[in-house]
Design a protein. Structure first.
Length: 472
């Protein structure tokens, strides 16, 4: 096991490598250490509002989502995690580039934190953007009962907006008494699309959410999909917000003229220019299942007279991430098999990655041992990975410790992301730089798939001969 001191040393190595010359050149705002305490424990919350019985949930600091952890790019965050759950846990910092020992993966990067025990996480935040945190133990249950929260890392020079709003989308399966259904280990859910809850929550309350805006104003809307399995397809009626970041990382802004797929684990940063007239009411719908559209949010214009529209938004400042160098890249292949409608599922594992599956509910292999990495890469190398989904199901495949780009149908490389959505019976190529040393997870972010086979690791070892160059 790596000690915390070693981890911090690794952190220096990793952030020095990751950020190239950029961090010291950031503006004059002083870097700070942000201290937080995050307590995971059972709580009672009114998920359905005051007219219904309250629900026993698991929550961080008695809130769903947990506290928003705010910092400025370049700050250090120090989180004392107290586990007061009836089972072991950890916290994973989804999308944040950090040293391996701070990644929060039980049995791989740290021992699981036992009930009644604490663990301190500490790392630098190299990237501005919208990130999130959640346990990495039995996520189908721990995230499913309410353990997740957001991390807002502000740009050193944040964009000028009238409002900065977060919508965390999730869902729960509630009984008639408004209790959370304890059926988290359903084999049916695991072999199909995962657990799709019967109530959609926005910021921990039954949707739709209401966003009050003034005509002419500019809103930054940060979206998180923290559902255990539900893929949304979001449609903004009457608005064409600009997508300005995927998974925390700025992209070339583009207008949402159609709907957009939004998978578990994903974040989207939108710039919404409120171009409609005062008193207008416009909806945001989920149309993933066209026959069962669901209202997610309502954008409600106040009666105030319009304010002047700002100039078109030109984009967020990019993060200093390592760009893949395709010449000399290492090419690997990953095959996904199994699930319902397949004859590959075995009694040990429902899903397989390159013929291997993890044990039900744990990060170990089916023999209870630490998994052999699926791949080993030299640190600094560019990796091209062709993922072949031979299953009849969607899989949002998430990679820890790297930022990836998807190969688009036109042959170009798409925006930076930390996951890629695999369509049924389709392939997708991705590329990333194997950035910091350690064993990192690759898994489907449908939690029920993750814990029934679709989870493995890749190893980043030593240094590489042809290092990637930081983006200017
Ligand atoms: Cu949200 Cu292993 O991830
Ligand atoms: Cu993650
Ligand atoms: Cu999956």
């Amino acid at each position: 096991m790596v000690s915390r001191r070693d981890a911090l040393k690794l952190g220096l190595v990793a952030s020095g490598l990751a950020a190239g010359a950029a961090p010291l050149a950031w503006s004059a705002r002083p870097l700070r250490v942000r201290d937080h305490t995050v307590i995971a424990k059972p709580a009672r919350l009114e998920l359905l509002g005051p007219d219904y019985p309250s629900t026993e949930v698991w929550a961080f600091n008695n809130m769903i989502p947990g506290p928003v952890l705010r910092a400025v790019q370049g700050d250090t965050i120090r989180v004392r995690f107290r586990n007061r759950l009836p089972m072991v846990s950890t916290i994973h910092w989804h999308g944040i580039r950090l040293p391996n020992a701070m990644d929060g993966v039980p049995g791989i990067t740290q021992p699981p934190v036992k009930p009644g025990e604490d663990f301190q996480y500490e790392f630098v935040l190299p990237d501005a953007g919208t990130f999130w945190y959640h346990p990495h133990v039995a996520t189908y249950e721990q995230i499913g009962r309410g353990l997740f929260g957001t991390i807002v890392v502000e740009e050193r020079e944040p964009p000028d907006v009238d409002d900065d709003v977060m919508w965390s989308l999730s869902d729960v399966t509630l009984t008639k008494e408004a209790a959370i259904s304890p059926n988290f280990k359903s084999l049916h859910d695991a072999a199909h699309a995962g657990r799709l809850g019967n109530v959609i929550l926005v910021n921990g309350e039954r949707g739709p959410a209401t966003l009050g805006v003034r005509a002419g104003s500019r809103v930054r809307l940060r979206l998180l999909n923290s559902a255990s399995a539900r893929i949304f397809r979001l449609k903004f009626h009457g608005h064409q917000p600009l997508v300005v970041a995927h998974d925390g990382h700025p992209c070339t802004p583009y207008a949402l003229t159609e709907s957009i797929l939004f998978s578990p684990g994903n974040r989207l940063d939108l710039i919404l220019d409120c171009t409609a007239a005062p008193n207008t009411v416009l909806e945001v719908e989920d149309e993933f299942f066209p026959a069962m559209r669901k209202k997610i949010g309502v954008i409600q214009y106040t009666s105030r007279s319009p304010q002047a529209l700002r100039k078109p938004f030109t984009g967020l400042p990019p993060n200093a991430v390592l760009e893949p160098v395709m010449a000399g890249a290492e090419s690997v292949k990953m095959v996904l098999e199994g699930g319902a409608l397949s004859n590959k599922a075995t009694r040990e594992t429902i899903w397989l990655m390159n013929g291997k599956g993890n044990d039900h509910g744990s990060h170990m292999d089916i023999h209870g041992k630490q998994p052999e990495p699926l791949f080993t890469f030299e640190q600094g190398c560019t990796v091209r990975c062709l993922i072949d989904n031979k299953t009849a199901w969607f899989h949002p495949m998430h990679f820890h410790g790297v930022v990836l780009r998807e190969r688009l149908p036109n042959g170009q490389w798409g925006p930076l992301k930390d996951s890629t959505l695999l369509w049924p019976f389709k392939t997708q190529e991705i590329a990333f730089v194997a950035e910091s040393a350690g064993d990192w997870m690759i898994h489907c972010h449908v939690s029920e798939h993750q814990h029934s086979g679709l989870m493995g690791t890749f190893r980043v070892a030593s240094m590489c001969r042809t290092p990637a160059t930081p983006k200017a």
